[in-house]
Write a protein that binds this ligand. Structure first.
Ligand SMILES: Cc1ncc(COP(=O)(O)O)c(C=O)c1O
Length: 419
């Protein structure tokens, strides 16, 4: 039995070997034993702003002093200002924000809003996706985490992924007709014309492997949704706030979704907050009709202040631009790692979100884990999916990134063998 009086998540309790976090600064965190780790994963993809940011800590303190408790339908300056900032970041046409505590709740409320607006019961999501651990969000989720609690919400249809390195349609990206995207329209029609409420997509799937879509993918899905009166939800929980080099990843493809769900980088996890950012064409439905959604901890003052200051830090320190600038360097360094390895690999990424996919045995993946720990490198290593995913804080310097990925390369050579 684990000695700790609480559960660890997504794990058999006896298998967990937790790290004891003690603090951190920038791209580094420290553990209670005094060790300093380079955080190439932004913990759980969320510390976009970096560790130990004093500006955010001070903003939290100021807000706690001024107003620490509120209630859902009360207003105060940080709440109003944060909503305005989020709408501005989302771009023209977005008019309302629904606040939540995290990503699962954001998708949960987007599901409800889609049902309330369209009156339809079906939804589409992809297999290689994660949308959160609550029952509705987990029903949308396509990966192994859904199977554990099935059956979930009725009416969720899963479709194949945009996975160019291993195309589920047997195509090559140079010659394909974007079957992964057109298939979504086909499935909508086959499910019964005008029966799908919403399509939920991560603009770039995160934990499931960073499969960056070709430029036509999102426009094709948007057109299919328009033809069916179906809403398009961009789950930007992981990809939002500069992770891919733009405020939101869907901005790369010039498509306007109907709702955007966010958390993680919103406050960089300095406090608990998420949101659904809603387009005017959806929001206006509730001008005269009841929005049957609500939470006790809706827009907590301390979380609003933390998020507001996080957004200001991104802007003042040009962190989205840093992500865009360092993205090609990250890919270059990962290509160099791949060239050192004896095994089959794929490298893909956008901004400071990238994956190295490796065909290797479970034992080799376990060895990679211990080689990385020995080097005090933290990132997302997933032997089941065969991926190592990089998502460092957006404040990382070029030197830190390059030396970190090179050290990762040494660990990978030790685990997978040299070419
Ligand atoms: C794309 C995506 N959506 C939703 C979630 C769920 O967010 P939360 O854990 O805050 O509920 C996650 C969490 O990792 C995610 O990566």
């Amino acid at each position: 039995m684990s000695d700790y009086p609480f559960f660890f998540t997504w794990s058999a309790q006896n298998a967990v070997k937790p790290i004891e976090l003690a603090g951190g600064e920038g791209a580094w965190f420290t553990t209670a034993d005094g060790a300093r780790w380079l955080d190439l994963g932004a913990l759980a993809y969320q510390v976009n702003v970096g560790h130990g940011n004093r500006r955010i800590v001070e903003a939290i303190k100021r807000q706690a002093d001024a107003l620490c408790v509120s209630t859902a339908n009360a207003v105060f300056p940080a709440k109003v200002e944060l909503a305005r900032k989020l709408l501005a970041l989302a771009g023209p046409g977005f008019s309302k924000v629904f606040f939540t505590l995290g990503g699962a709740e954001a998708n949960e409320n987007a599901l409800k809003i889609a049902r309330l607006v369209t009156g339809r019961l079906k939804n589409i999501a992809r297999y290689r996706s994660y949308h959160g651990a609550s029952m509705g969000a987990l029903s949308l989720t396509g990966d192994w985490r859904r199977a554990a609690v099935e059956p979930g919400l009725p009416g969720v249809i899963h479709v194949q992924d945009c996975y160019c390195d291993r195309c589920p349609f047997g195509q090559r990206v140079e010659t394909c007709k974007r079957e992964c995207a057109t298939n979504i329209g086909d499935v909508m029609r086959l499910e019964g014309s005008r029966s799908v409420a919403a399509v939920f997509l991560e603009p770039v799937p995160g934990a499931n492997g960073v499969m960056v879509p070709p430029p036509e993918y999102w426009p094709i899905v948007r057109a299919a949704c328009d033809a069916e009166g179906t809403l398009l939800v961009a789950d930007e929980v992981l990809t939002g706030f500069g992770r891919t080099g733009r405020a939101f990843a869907h901005h790369h493809w010039g498509v306007v979704p109907d709702m955007i769900t966010v958390t993680k980088g919103l406050s960089s996890d300095y406090a608990t907050i998420g949101a659904v950012i809603v387009h005017e064409r959806i929001a206006q439905h509730f001008d005269e009709r009841v929005l049957a959604c609500g939470l006790t901890y809706y827009a907590h003052p301390v979380a609003c202040a933390a998020a507001l200051e996080t957004l200001a830090v991104y802007e003042d320190e040009h962190m989205f631009e840093n992500s865009a600038r360092l993205g090609p360097i990250l890919l270059r360094e990962l290509d160099a790692v791949a060239a050192r390895l004896a095994v089959k690999t794929f490298v893909r990424g956008l901004g400071l979100l990238a994956a190295l996919e490796v065909e290797a045995s479970p034992a080799a993946w376990a060895k990679l884990g211990s080689e990385l720990s020995a080097r005090r490198l933290s990132l997302h290593v997933d032997g089941k999916r065969g991926t190592a995913i990089f998502s460092p804080p957006l404040c990382i310097t070029e030197d830190e990134l390059v030396s970190g990925v090179r050290a990762f390369g040494d660990a990978a050579v030790a685990a997978f063998g040299a070419r």
